[in-house]
Design a protein around this ligand. Structure first.
Ligand code: GDP
Length: 424
């Protein structure tokens, strides 16, 4: 038995989806344990190209059981629509290969609306939400003002519970934001149109995971976003509303007793960040435009252009430590092939002093990047599959990063396809 978590080390979009897709061959169960449908895990394999939002990236492998744990924001409408898209692309989804925790809380129809209303109220102080209702959902979950998926099996109780929540939520919707109140008819239609459809997939995933673990099955935990977006350890308040760290995986999976033997941290060979918040190593202008184009850095969910910059060693080292990573997958090395010199943000300057440690979020706005350059390799490396075939300058870059962040780089990805990977 060996359990593994695949997590983001930075701001998200590191390429976790392609790593889970690759590594599922060694695992029997894949669990998404936090976050919601605001993720955009891009997977390219023999079945085609997919942008997964809530579904675990193990759905493409026959025999793998995929689980949505209690820690996710379960949006029945978006999940059902995503399932239909994937099924239309030829992937089978059945209660045998997809299981939803009966303890997952439901993202209710008003959560998405509240997200938009609040971003509009904040105007130029907005957080840069993807408007999928994630923040209102998690705040309601922790206020105990939503329902668990398993309540769908108790219709009378569900109706009474939803009626109570409706009365409470309308106070905010119409009282605070002046929006149209919700009606029970609308909620009932939502239950019938979407919740009933996903009901066959809902079960006690805790019992399943416990038995799988006892039977010596291997479990892979899949995270959304990265360490710097973790609610508690990231760049608060420009974080997500859940814990993106590997330490949360057992809690959010449905099986809190799970042991994690390996943590694969995914790091992109340069930095990207979507949305608002401090991003110390950010590039602007033509230089940024070139990197954005080379890496096709546009959000999988929103299409928003991502902010870009060189690899940030200070932030990445912090991410490695926060995730307790035991192995690193360095992705998109091929994107840097056009550069004469490879930039690396090695330190920050804060109050005129050079610092190595990632500062408290409030201080980040004042931090300035210190950039150094390594030799470029200036040739196409996307066809390389063996470490010894990489140009010396590319090898040096990987070795430099490995030493600077303090963790072994076991995978170097040179393209989005399943086999575009170098194992070290
Ligand atoms: P995730 O949310 O962490 O899974 O990351 P995304 O899917 O949002 O972003 C990663 C993007 O980079 C996707 O479009 C992938 O297909 C692509 N990608 C992943 N690894 C590589 C790589 O090594 N090279 C290139 N060129 N693209 C990659």
């Amino acid at each position: 038995m060996s359990n593994c978590a695949i997590v983001g080390i930075n701001w998200g979009d590191e390429g976790k989806g392609r790593m889970v897709d690759l590594l599922t061959q060694h695992y029997d169960v894949v669990v998404r344990y936090q976050g919601g449908g605001n993720a955009g895990h891009t997977v390219i394999n023999e079945h085609g190209k997919f942008a997964l939002h809530l579904l675990p990236s193990g759905i493409f492998r026959a025999g793998v059981v995929n689980i949505l744990g209690n820690g996710v924001a379960l949006d029945p409408e978006n999940l059902w629509n995503e399932m239909q898209t994937v099924i239309a692309q030829g992937i089978a989804l059945t209660p045998e290969n997809l299981k939803i925790s009966d303890r997952a809380s439901l993202l209710l129809p008003w959560h998405r609306e509240l997200d938009s209303l609040e971003e509009a109220r904040l105007a130029d102080k907005k957080y840069g939400s993807t408007k999928q209702g994630i923040a209102p959902f998690y705040s309601d979950k922790y206020q105990k003002k939503t329902v668990m998926a398993g309540e769908l099996f108790h219709p009378e109780h569900l109706r009474a519970h939803l009626a109570d929540l409706l009365e409470w939520k309308n106070l905010t919707l119409s009282g605070v934001y002046g929006a149209e109140p919700y009606t029970m008819e609308r909620l009932t239609a939502w239950v019938n149109d979407y919740c009933e459809k996903i009901k066959p997939f809902i079960c006690d995933v805790g019992a399943f995971l416990k038995n799988a673990d006892k039977a010596g099955k291997n479990i892979l935990f899949e995270a959304q976003l990265g360490a710097l977006r973790d609610l508690d350890y990231g760049i608060y308040p420009y974080t997500t509303s859940s814990n993106t760290t590997a330490a949360y995986a057992p809690i959010g999976s449905g099986y809190p007793a799970a042991k994690i033997n390996e943590v694969v941290g995914v790091v992109k060979a340069y930095s990207t960040c979507v949305g608002e918040g401090p991003f110390t190593c950010e590039w602007f202008g033509e230089e940024a435009e070139k990197l954005r184009e080379a890496g096709n850095e546009y959000g999988a969910k929103t299409g928003r252009p991502r902010r870009v910059g060189p690899l940030d060693i200070v932030a990445t080292r912090y991410g490695v430590e926060t995730q307790a990573a035991t192995n690193i997958a360095l992705t998109k090395l091929d994107v840097l092939s056009y550069m004469e010199k490879i930039p690396v943000c090695t330190h920050y300057l804060l109050d005129g002093k050079q610092i190595d440690d990632f500062p408290f979020p409030t201080l980040l706005a004042e931090a300035k990047p210190v950039t150094e350059y390594l030799d470029g390799w200036k040739c196409d490396i996307s066809g390389v599959r063996r470490w010894e075939d990489l140009p010396a300058a590319a090898q040096k870059y990987v070795e430099y990063v490995e030493k600077a962040i303090g963790c072994h780089i076991g995978y170097v990805s040179v393209g989005p396809e399943r086999d575009s990977i170098i194992l070290r």
